[in-house]
Design a protein around this ligand. Sequence first.
Ligand SMILES: *[C@@H]1O[C@H](CO)[C@@H](O)[C@H](O)[C@H]1NC(C)=O
Ligand SMILES: *[C@@H]1O[C@H](CO)[C@@H](O)[C@H](O)[C@H]1NC(C)=O
Length: 398
Amino acid sequence: MSLFPLLLAALPTVSSWAVNTSLTERALTSAISSGCPANSPTSCGSTTSSNTCCFESPGGLLLQTQFWDATPVSTGPNNSWTIHGLWPDNCDGTFSENCDSSRDYTGISTLLTNQGAASTLSFMNTFWKNLPSDGTDESLWEHEWATHGTCYSTLKTSCLPSGSSKGAEAVAFFETTVKLFQTLPTFDWLSAAGIVPSSSTTYTLSALQAAVRAKWGFTPAFQCSGSTLNGVFYYFNLKGSVIDGTFVPINAATASTCSSTGIKYAPKTTGSSGGGGGGSTGTLPAKATLVASSVGGILSLGTWSTQTLATFTISGTVDSFTMTSSKGNCGVASGTFACGSGVSLTSFSAVSSGGKLLLASGGSTSWTSDATPSGSTVQTVFTGSGHAQDYTLAITST
Ligand SMILES: *[C@@H]1O[C@H](CO)[C@@H](O)[C@H](O)[C@H]1NC(C)=O
Ligand SMILES: *[C@@H]1O[C@H](CO)[C@@H](O)[C@H](O)[C@H]1NC(C)=O
């Protein structure tokens, strides 16, 4: 336990993470680049190009869509809207969906982790949330990619640099969507105009629109269900590729679905704060996967693998909790981590680092194995760093 303050002191604080995210991302995404010229024509503009790797077509009207999920069930931090997706509409407002089922990737978390986008994943775990009644966050991400992501001309596999990993274009889609969302802080923009969630006050559509226009310069399309505000669509054209092009803001091409007065902006009941975009990491999820810092993560028997990760049930607090998997109790005995019917529960703690919650045993977040797992070959997980491969394990809400 005496190790604990030492570890905390040595680790970056959560609040410094948001600022560092984009710096990190820039370095990581440089692995894949579109190669499109800086003066590529703008989608839906009068200058067209037949090079659809650098000219988004036909879906040249891009919508960064956000949710405000407050009632009856809240998702995400109480001081931030959350990501719905990044959709390619045609320039006339019609659209295509589900354009290439051969690229309907599953296991987005693993894909991002394996291709150097763990910090994007970590942001998504806080800010790209599904309604629990609709499924896991992972299922929303898979849906957004399959339904909308596969329709981008600039993300076709044939547009990628040769030798790109399978799914690299989906990784770029998630990284771009997260980066664009980070430039559109709806909660803060409304709040700056005095528009805050309330169970008594209602707002007018023109006030909402003016609040965003004052910060962003253009008018988005607010979405309501009945009189309750539940979303917003920001419209863009794109110069170049979704991978690394420039998003050009424009006024909404569709009308808002909210009525002009009496709009309810309900408070979230989650009670967790996003810390100004830094991610909410103080709360322990009840169900989580354990994602390794290098590749893959943990299976239900407690082994390290690159296969589909197990979901662990967690009970307790960040300072002391126990975990079970579908195979049974999880615990550390003689320096070896395992889960199963013959395993005794031991207590773990969680340490915040870089916007993540890391699994710790005896106060240490270090885990180690003899080799990196691959295919169906799994590795035994030991505490400490006495074996060939060292890593940390991020407790990632499912
Ligand atoms: C990045 O994070 C570190 C802590 O890890 C902090 O000291 C530094 O100031 C941050 N950089 C910026 C540009 O904020
Ligand atoms: C979010 O929740 C925290 C903790 O309950 C609370 O202190 C804060 O006022 C809430 N913020 C908003 C905007 O509701």
